[in-house]
Design a protein around this ligand. Sequence first.
Ligand code: ATP
Length: 284
Amino acid sequence: MDNLIEVRGLVKRYGDFALKAVDLTVPAGCVVGLVGENGAGKTTLLRAILGLIRADEGSVALMGRAPSEPEARAEVGAVFEENACFGHLTAAQAERVMCGIVPNWDSDRYAGLLEAFGIGGKKLVKDYSKGMRIKLNLAVALARRPRLLILDEPTSGLDPVVRGELLDILLGFMQDERNAILVSSHITSDLERIADQIAYIHAGEMLFQRDKIELMEDMAVVRCSMARIDQLPEELVIAKRGGAFGASALVRNPERVRALMPDAVLDAASIDDMMRYYAGRDAV
Ligand code: ATP
């Protein structure tokens, strides 16, 4: 099985919001970073992949199976921001619960992770800080010996040191090339560090899923007057913005743009830049 997740034409409607025929693939050996504005549908998509909500249309294959099959989730570790299990338990008591219900539970790995994370002891989980709670959730997810991690905003609200530790753990997990990670985040610099591919969901629509390096090489931000931007061939301009301090545009094929405008300022586009321009695409 090469693709640990395959989503095809997924539709989920909630009142005036809908996931619109979303496609997504997570191949083995790959970290896919899911980005999108608040309310774009990231959590909804992750929930549908895990079978926590039913899609209205389309298909999801999780580890090659329907998400509702217990075997599909046996090798999947999921961490959601709001995971609030184990509140009145200690980390050790949480393990006793988990090893009773998880077939592949790895006690040594759990103990090693708690030690590495500096959590555990007599403290009740409800008294943990946010960072400690996320670390515990990640330890629980990894102690299942998963092949696939599905993480919703795992680093949000964490300090840079803890974020760095978590990213190192995720990179360690990816040393085994049969593994894969699907991770949503607003901290795009984290994704720039660990993701192989970026999937961008905007207002329920998957705008693209692309190799991160190709994406970075294929886009740039050009700054000059709006009149000059308007002279560029239309197919090169993804989105443009005008303001009191001049104009700028997100462009594709930076080499061609450079050849057409040798004296314009051309900067590499970050994931944040891409999101800002795409999100305001109609508001030029
Ligand atoms: P954020 O970055 O803010 O976490 P998100 O991209 O994860 O956002 P979702 O949580 O998937 O976005 O929400 C997408 C839309 O679906 C929102 O408009 C939200 O109100 C709606 N939605 C999500 N869950 C439900 C639900 N159970 N009932 C009704 N609407 C819902």
